[in-house]
Write a protein that binds this ligand. Sequence first.
Ligand SMILES: [Zn+2]
Length: 477
Amino acid sequence: MTIQTAVAAYLLFLQLVLLSTIYAFAPTPSKNIIIASCVSSKTISSAQSQMLPIRTVSKTMVRSVSSHIPASGEAVTKLAQQLIRIPSITPDDNGCQNVIRQRLEPLGFQCETMQYQDVTNLWCLRQSPLHSAPTVAYLGHTDVVPVGPPSSWTLPPFGGQIHDQNMLLYGRGAVDMKGGIASFVVGLERFLQDHDSLPYSLAVLLTSDEEGDAKYGTRVVFEELQKRGITIDMAIIGEPSSLHQVGDVVKVGRRGSLGGTLSIIGVQGHVAYSHLARNPIHESLGALKDLVDERWDDGTTDFPPTSFQISNIQSGTGALNVIPGFKTVQFNFRYSPAVTDTELKRRVHGILDKHGLQYTLEWGETTVPFESAPGGELVEQAMASVSDVMGYSSRPCTSGGTSDGRFVAATFPHAQIVELGHRNETIHKIDECVSLKDLKDLSLIYKRLLDRLRIVEERKQDGQEYTDHHVSVAALP
Ligand SMILES: [Zn+2]
């Protein structure tokens, strides 16, 4: 080492020591955290964007909790907080339904807990004195999905706390769907203050098994109701259906789901002696292409055409010089009411047989599609109620996954069904949250819907046919 090199190395060493000393004593740069917003920044109006901005807040603000609840909407917020503070991971109701029962019984509801295995269901009925009165039911669930790591939440998932910066109520179930239940119950209380005697029976069904297997929830309660001769004519499902603004979308049906696992059987062999083997990858190419290209139906007015998707293909032994003996293909249909699951199965087998394949095919469980019985008042009145309260129009939609609406449709085929609930942007996520304004607005929408249905039914009972969705807004208080 020369003198110059040694001096240079020493100087470099000094620089490193100096830099690390500065770094060690420097104040930690403030880390910024984005608080998830319940709204999409693209579509909100400027008035809302002032109310619900996506904020960047410093870490010191993160635990900042508001103890102030605006007087308007206070009752809904308090009930939502009360429910969120009860941890009820599916299928454990953990006492949530008792809170609702205590609110409904003073309103004239007869309530009954139906316990099946580890699932708790609450069935409450407020019978109309009129013999021919239809039954309007609100359906919801008190169970929630697991919270993930609690430390990842801006505010504790079972704290039911309101952030003082954005006035959002945080917690698992805030929108899916304890916040929805709170909005309905308070809307109902306010509605019944003005209208004690109704031209329809009112029912509330809550289950603790919607997020889980859905085996011992709504489906089993409906079987019991059928035995008792109870029918549901209109079902309001409180699942979070809205996109950017409360009520901008109401769900009027869902596509069906049907999956299958196909195993194509070949004969394993050496690639150099292919005449002694049968290659299931090659043999199935034509059939799979036909399945993908097939037009299964043209959809309906409210549903897009049926879609067939391959979700997984597996084959091969791992060796380059081996023709595999079998190949597995998994696929799923999302299908419209223009076809049935039986027809889809028959046609799939037809295509496979046409190609002369040797195969086994295992079908998964079918979820049938459903659509609200057409021509009824429920969907129209729900959309009109959104427009009355919010001043914007709502649109019907059939997208999304499954909901308990499928059990309504399967048990009571003539029932009208609408899904109308909070915005779904944060469902099942860390930092699930709902704005206090949404809680109040949805409550007003439900109240207005109950009132619109009252007017429609009273007119029907006066002998007027239901033909027009324009129930006069002026007729409403
Ligand atoms: Zn839900």
